[in-house]
Structure formats: C-alpha cells, structure tokens
Ligand binder design. Structure first.
Ligand code: CP
Length: 316
C-alpha cells in the first residue's frame, strides 16, 4: 500500500478488517517490522483520537513516531504554486513536504476543508501535493473530503457487532449542530459502507444531501423516522450543506437520536466518530446507555491505523 486516502486505496477491504481484528488480539506481534522506521504525523487541525491512536499504532509496530502541529509549530505555509511570497506565508509546501519526506518513512497528514470554496476543498489540493512532494507513503488523518481511518474503524466495529451471515441495516443519520461541520466523516462512511456487505440508508433534512459521488447506490430519505425502521446500526453525524456549500440551514429540531428514536429501530447500536456534542447531536441517555458503541469505536481506531501502517511497512 503506497497511500491510504480513501477506500479506493484498499484492494481487499474484508481482509484488511480481519487483519485489524488479528492485531487487536496480538498488538505487539509485529514489533520488529517498524524497527528503525520513522512515522511522522502532521496536524494542521486539532485531534484527540487520530493523533493518539495513530501514534500508538506506530509504537506498537516498533516505529519511531514524531508528531508536529504544523499549524501552530511550523512556519506559516504557502500552498499555492507560482505565487510571490511577499505576504504572511513563510515556507512553501514544495520545500516543507519534501523536507519532511527526508526524515520520515511514512507520513500522516490531517488538513480540514475551509468550507468556503467547494471546488477548492473537493480538489484535495493539499493532500495531493503532500503525496507528490514527500516521496514516501502518505496516510490521510482526515482530509478535505474524507476520513478513511475513521471509516475503517467504523467497519471493524460493525463487523465485530454483527452475527456471522447477517447483512445489517446501517443508517447514517444527520444530527443537529451549531456550526458548519465538514462532510469528511459522512462522505467517507457512505463510501466505505457501499463496499461492505451492509444495507446503507442515509437520512438527512432537505438541503443536506451529500455529494452524489459518495452516496451513489445508497437510499437517501428525508424522513428520519422512516429511515430508522428496522436499523441495526445508527451512525450519527452532523455535516453542513453541500448544495449551499458550508452553510447551516436549520437548527435540526427533532433530529437528535434519543431513546424514543431508538425504539423505531431493531434495538440498533449507536455510533459516532467523536467528539460529540451531548444533548445536541446525541442524547445523554443514548450515549450513556447500553446501545452506544462510541468508546469501542474509538478503541478500534488504533487497530485500523495499525493495519494500514503494517501494510505500508510490508510493501515499502
Ligand atoms: N474521530 C476523530 O477523528 O477524532 P479526532 O478529531 O479527535 O482525531
């Protein structure tokens, strides 16, 4: 594996999920693989789970791990080509990424969308430049449009919680929020679920449909109660409008998943990538109740990252 930026970088998804589950049983079995190899984790935005789980994944594989909050600790970065750098930016991505590639055997990068210009965000310019310029394998730690390590952990969690031979109904349900949130987790989840053996239903208010390229093949319902009928898993997530790019169009009254909503489902397990706004996206009772998988889901971030890093170490 040379890069991990979307589900399209994985040839055998079921095998990767199984590999992650094996690593969960024996996390230190491949410690020799990463000896004298360096993992660099570059963050342009905040993180708890991605930062700690990917760092621990590298350590479990015997790697040296360096973490840099580039937005705060690095020089102000210029990403546009051909500009005269007589403004506030100090270092061009052409040198910065190439230099990081000298120090690292694998690089992880997190860079959120600005939610100002849809074409710019959806071009994944920064991620593409990192891949081109570092010259080493690159793992997306969440980019402008996708969060593949999260989606892999989500799929691992669903697999763990599903009886053999059952094809579960998985509902991706939009949730209320107070500010514009990227589409990455929802896009990526939709994309991964369509490659998995599940029935995917997406439910969101009108005006919040995700981009067709991510939802093709999935049923999209604007009636949440109808969508929740018979669900085995409910994946809760807010995202801002794609059509009216980056806008918050409604306060989402009635869209929070509560025990009352769960009663419509097949005793569904509830998932959220975290961080979650309690009492707004998800009720306290659901988060603290027996159907919540959010902590185990976060635990599986470690084995998702470890499976991906292991494949990169083996292939390069
Ligand atoms: N789910 C997730 O990516 O969490 P962090 O933003 O804390 O890394």
């Amino acid at each position: 594996m040379k890069q991990f930026t979307s589900v399209h970088d994985v040839q055998d998804i079921a095998a990767l999920v199984n590999e992650a589950l094996e690593l969960k049983q024996s996390p230190y079995a491949h410690k020799a693989l990463g000896q004298d190899k360096t993992l660099g984790l570059i963050f342009m935005n905040p993180s708890l789970r991605t930062r700690l789980s990917t760092q621990k994944a590298g350590l479990n594989l015997g790697m040296n791990v360096m973490v840099m909050n580039l937005d705060k600790e690095g020089w102000a970065l210029e990403t546009q080509d051909g500009v005269i750098m007589d403004g506030s930016t100090v270092e061009h991505i052409r040198e910065a990424a190439a230099v990081m590639g000298q120090y690292c055997d694998i690089i992880g990068i997190r860079s959120f969308p600005k939610l100002q210009d849809r074409e710019e965000d959806y071009s994944e310019d920064l991620l593409r430049k990192f891949i081109e310029l570092t010259g080493v394998p690159v793992v997306s730690l969440e980019s402008a449009t996708r969060h593949p390590l999260q989606s892999l952990a989500d799929l691992i969690t669903i697999k763990e919680q599903t009886a053999a031979g059952k094809r579960p109904k998985v509902v991706l349900s939009w949730a209320p929020h107070i500010k514009p949130i990227p589409h990455c987790v929802a896009n990526s989840f939709a994309e991964w679920m369509q490659q998995a053996d599940v029935e995917l239903v997406i439910t969101n208010p009108k005006g919040y449909d995700l981009a067709d390229e991510f939802t093709q093949g999935a049923q999209v319902l604007h009636n949440q109660d109808e969508a929740l009928q018979g669900a085995d898993f409910v994946y809760v997530k807010n995202w801002s409008s794609y059509e009216q790019y980056g806008k918050v169009l409604t306060n989402g009254e009635g869209w929070m998943i509560t025990n009352e909503k769960l009663a419509l489902t097949n005793n569904a397990k509830v998932m959220h990538c975290l961080p979650v706004r309690r009492g707004l996206e998800l009720s306290h009772e659901v988060l603290d109740g027996p159907n919540s998988l959010v902590i185990e889901q976060a635990n599986n971030r470690l084995y998702a990252a470890q499976a991906v890093l292991k494949r990169m170490l083996e292939a390069n």
